[in-house]
Design a protein around this ligand. Structure first.
Ligand SMILES: Cc1cc2nc3c(=O)[nH]c(=O)nc-3n(C[C@H](O)[C@H](O)[C@H](O)COP(=O)(O)OP(=O)(O)OC[C@H]3O[C@@H](n4cnc5c(N)ncnc54)[C@H](O)[C@@H]3O)c2cc1C
Length: 468
């Protein structure tokens, strides 16, 4: 392999092997057989050519944020795109071209100075590639749709072709359909995505509002009721249950993609009489920018932690009991031994969300995302409004805590099961999800398997829940 791909192959024992083999989530401890670093489309083509000819199973690494760490798999070859992070703005056509290893935060930073955004995720470090192929949910999803809804072209190196294939509305249309929701790592190596950009305001209302634990049920009910009626598509509100130092609390992650005064009024209406712990809404909610919002939630604070992600879409009319279940199960969260050591604990400073320990939340869907016809893209769950996620976060070296966290995350999801619709978000991939094909892809599962068979006939691209 080293002779065929000089200067790009990292093998066990090499100095950078340990650095490059680990995913963001440190729960798995993968030892791939080789890591092939790519810096151009030509590099990707030669890597795929080599792997197909030698009949080697391949995993692709984009931003490394797979919830199960499936960008790096033991005994497989990793094609690592972290060296391909080029971003190019095309103002004339209002497009942004993003290489297969770029992070979404880079996209936000590149488009924002021009007054534009493409709809991405809420975490800067997540790879554009994985985010896109699973769907992509973030601050402006309700305004402009999912990340896939702005995708106009993808360039992919498939095992069938061993060269770059361009997929768009007119070429390789089945592949283009499948890339929009069929999940990363299935169809080939995506080397570049082109997205439509939308004009965004220079400043918008946004941030994380903290509320007392006593208000949890009232807050989540107010949110649910607001979402069920004629909610404003420009407002994103994600209710969360979080730790504030040693105490449970609740939070609203909120972003208003419109005129700030209107946003304030809409937020007030949604909250009824509820007031954040930090004071009246006018003082607690500030102006921000889209890149600051996605980068400001301390979402990059968890590297080095291990995580269990558990997710499912809630019924659109989930009852009050679901909210009580969230409250009860969050209260049972296993606590790390150092859980009092928050910088703000005992200082009298305003409470802060501590996000290096477990939390649970709902991501608000609907709006523009829900108006895309279900068969236009591979993403099946267009009619869902609430994506519920529990993330158990722990130090991987502490075995007892790992076991407790695992059991807690499983128990929490099981307790919420009666209120779930049966669908789950493919981007919050869960290794032990029964019927994962139907859960991620619904009625699109069989068609997706067909696309996989066409473009990856050698089953070169593999992971435990691939579309084989
Ligand atoms: C901290 C955190 C925050 C998150 N926030 C959000 C959010 O706000 N919104 C949201 O929708 N999702 C979010 N996610 C989920 C995220 O979208 C998925 O985990 C996504 O798959 C990560 O993509 P990646 O490229 O970073 O990961 P990777 O681990 O590199 O890849 C994920 C999958 O895609 C494949 N893949 C990666 N790159 C390519 C490529 N170029 N070509 C082909 N296959 C590829 C991999 O093989 C793997 O199967 C978050 C995840 C984490 C861990």
């Amino acid at each position: 392999m080293r002779e065929a791909l000089p200067g790009r192959v990292v093998l066990p024992g090499d100095r950078t092997y340990d650095l490059l083999r680990m995913p963001f989530n440190t729960r798995p401890d993968p030892h791939p057989s080789a890591i092939i670093r790519c810096f151009s489309e030509e590099d990707v083509c030669s890597a795929v050519e080599y792997a197909v000819t030698a009949d080697l199973p391949v995993t692709v690494r984009g931003g490394g944020h797979s919830a199960e760490g499936w960008c790096s798999i033991t005994d497989q070859v990793v094609i690592d795109l972290s060296g391909m992070q080029h971003i190019e703005i095309d103002l004339e056509n209002e497009l942004v071209h993003v290489s297969g290893g770029a992070r979404w935060g880079q996209v936000d930073l590149a488009t924002y100075p021009w007054g534009y955004a493409a709809p991405g995720g809420a975490c800067t470090d997540v790879g554009a590639a994985g985010l896109t192929m699973g769907g992509g949910i973030g601050p402006v999803t309700r305004s402009y749709g999912m990340t896939i809804d702005s995708l106009v072209e993808a360039r992919v190196v498939t095992s069938r072709d061993r060269r770059v294939v361009v997929a768009d509305d007119e070429h390789e249309t089945d592949l283009f359909w499948a890339l929009r929701g069929g999940g990363g790592g299935n169809f080939g190596v995506a080397t570049r995505f082109s997205y439509k950009m939308y004009p965004v305001r220079p400043a918008a209302l946004g941030g994380i509002l903290l509320f007392s634990w006593d208000d949890m049920e009232a807050l989540w009910k107010a949110y649910r009721d607001w979402m069920q009626v004629d909610s404003d598509d420009h407002l994103l509100i994600n209710p969360m249950v979080v730790w504030m130092g040693p105490n449970p609390g609740c939070a609203l992650m909120t972003y208003y993609n419109g005129e700030p005064d209107t946003g304030m009024a809409v937020m007030k209406e949604m909250l009824g009489g509820l007031t954040p712990m930090t004071g009246p809404l006018e003082e607690s909610l500030q102006l921000t920018t889209l890149p600051a919002f996605t980068g400001g939630g301390e979402t990059t604070a968890w590297p080095g932690t291990a995580q269990y992600w558990r997710n499912g879409f809630l019924d659109n009319d989930f009852p009050d009991e679901a909210i009580s279940t969230v409250k009860e199960w969050f209260g049972r969260c296993p606590m790390p031994p150092n859980h009092h050591n928050h910088p703000a604990a005992g200082t009298g400073l305003a409470p802060q969300w501590r996000n290096d320990i477990s939390f649970a939340y709902i991501e608000s869907l609907g709006g523009a995302m829900g108006r895309v016809p279900v068969d236009d893209t591979a993403f099946f769950w267009r009619d869902q409004k609430f994506s519920f996620t529990v993330i158990a976060i722990f130090d991987p070296s502490m075995e007892q805590w790992a076991e407790e966290s695992h059991a807690w995350a499983d128990g929490f999801r099981a307790a919420m099961e009666p209120y779930m619709s049966g669908g789950a978000y493919a981007n919050y991939i869960q290794a032990d999800l029964p019927n994962f094909g139907e859960a991620y892809y619904g009625d699109h599962y069989e068609r997706l398997r067909g696309v996989k068979a066409t473009y990856d006939p050698s089953h070169t691209f593999r992971f435990p829940q691939d579309l084989r």
